[in-house]
Design a protein around this ligand. Structure first.
Ligand code: URA
Length: 301
């Protein structure tokens, strides 16, 4: 029986690529999309890993003999685990460095000189912070994007313009707010930060918060919320609720909400972000009213 379907519509002939090894941009994107859907977040770890070694070991052990039994090494760790193990020693170095910083200038210098996060090598600038270090409100975003990397300041691109409008809606601007990110370096192509990158950079962010000691922390987006709240829920569940963040003996009220970049894509969610901002405004207002003169840095706006 023939397998040819004569009723099938004739297909256009396949176009041959000039170079059989080259793949088109569309194919490359489709492949990347597939990897992301498969849950693969770390294409390259922090330590070189020979992933072919695993299949070589499997092949060798399929022909059992006294030697192979005696020398059988433990199975190789999966790539993400390897990256996290490499990240742990980098995180410890970052924590040691951060602990020695007693002011913002030394923290900035320490981050700029830290070379154990691979993102530093691909970034143009280290993006430390913007705004007023004396402000009562501290905002933590995800990571610099293209414009931030170019100019060395957080939230200066399209998301930043929306963030400025959000702040203006509660009577604030960069003179009455302090802004930083979980990562001080741009992930190439604005991809999501990997768990390893977040782990490595987190000690710097934690020290940053201790040095600023804001009255309220505002986390924009799931990456900042996940990094600092250490909870498993996503941003949709975490937003709009008050949490406490422990910083050097202080308990700082924290509110998480949607990231401005997400709001640009889903403007219908702005209403919920607006509700979250109003809660922040109310908390700051109450703090101001209840502050006794001379108490808890009353000069803070
Ligand atoms: N998105 C962020 O999370 N941070 C920035 O600085 C810019 C865009």
């Amino acid at each position: 029986m023939s397998t040819t379907d004569t009723d099938a519509p004739s297909r256009p002939p396949l176009r041959r690529r000039p170079d059989a090894r080259a793949i088109s941009e569309a194919d490359a994107l489709a492949a990347l999309h597939f990897l992301v859907l498969s849950g693969i977040r770390d294409i390259a770890g922090h330590e070189p890993a020979d992933h072919f070694a695993r299949s070589r070991k499997t092949t060798t052990s399929s022909a059992p003999g006294p030697q192979s039994r005696a020398a059988a090494p433990p199975p190789a760790a999966p790539p993400v685990q390897t990256a996290l193990q490499g990240a742990d020693s980098a995180r410890r170095s970052a924590a040691e460095l951060a602990a020695q910083c007693n002011d913002l200038a030394s923290l900035k210098a320490a981050i700029e000189s830290f070379d154990q996060c691979a993102l530093r090598a691909t970034a143009t600038h280290t993006v430390f912070a913007d705004g007023n270090p004396e402000a009562a409100l501290m905002i933590v975003g995800e990571a610099p994007g293209r414009e931030e990397d170019r100019l060395g300041k957080p939230f200066v691109g399209e998301s930043g313009r929306l963030l400025d409008r959000m702040l203006a809606a509660i009577g604030r601007d960069r003179d009455s707010t302090y802004i930083t990110n979980v990562l001080p370096w741009r992930p190439p192509g604005n991809r999501k930060p990997t768990p390893a990158e977040i782990t490595i950079c987190l000690p710097f962010l934690k020290r940053h918060i201790e040095l600023i000691r804001p009255q309220v922390l505002f986390l924009t987006g799931g990456v900042a919320a996940g990094a600092l709240l250490e909870r498993r829920e996503g941003i949709t569940r975490l937003r709009g609720r008050w949490f406490d963040y422990a910083a050097a003996g202080d308990r700082i009220p924290v509110m998480a909400s949607f990231h401005p970049a997400f709001l640009l894509r889903q403007p219908e969610q702005k209403r919920r972000a607006w509700e979250d901002l109003l809660k922040i405004q109310e908390k700051l207002e109450r703090n101001r009213e209840s502050a006794e003169p001379g108490q808890n840095r009353p000069d803070r706006q």
